[in-house]
Design a protein around this ligand. Structure first.
Ligand code: SF4
Ligand code: SF4
Length: 118
């Protein structure tokens, strides 16, 4: 009983161990994998990321210059980032924000991009 009271009073004087996420965000660690981003201006739509992805969550349409990604299927393994020949993929250290709806990331080649469609 005394031990329990000690714990209770000790915990009352400490800060909470949890955060009110998403209202209060934790500062990300440098090695955090966060979420996947693509700098579409550098992408050549080679399809390497689609081929190596273990979750099949990337779709590349080379002909139409479209890169699509389902963040809810991604396991943040980083293989696509490693294998991308243009190094246009990266794992941002921030987690994507909460949502109550699923969505796909849809990126298209810019018409004025000389690199695209190479
Ligand atoms: S591997 Fe890189 S360059 Fe190739 S389609 Fe994927 S993001 Fe684009
Ligand atoms: S991080 Fe892994 S699971 Fe996510 S898209 Fe890249 S290869 Fe696929």
């Amino acid at each position: 009983m005394l031990d329990m009271l000690k714990s209770v009073f000790s915990n009352l004087s400490k800060k909470p161990a949890t955060r009110m996420y998403p209202y209060e965000e934790r500062k990300p660690f440098d090695i955090n994998r966060g979420h996947l981003e693509n700098n579409i201006d550098e992408c050549i739509f080679c399809g390497m990321c689609q081929r190596v992805c273990p979750s099949n969550c990337i779709k590349v349409d080379r002909k139409n210059g479209v890169w699509e990604y389902d963040p809810f299927e991604c396991v943040i393994c980083g293989v696509c980032v490693e294998k991308c020949p243009k190094k246009c993929l990266r794992l941002d250290t921030h987690y994507r924000s909460c949502t109550d709806k699923k969505y796909d990331v849809h990126l298209e080649r810019h018409e004025d991009s000389e690199k695209a469609g190479a």
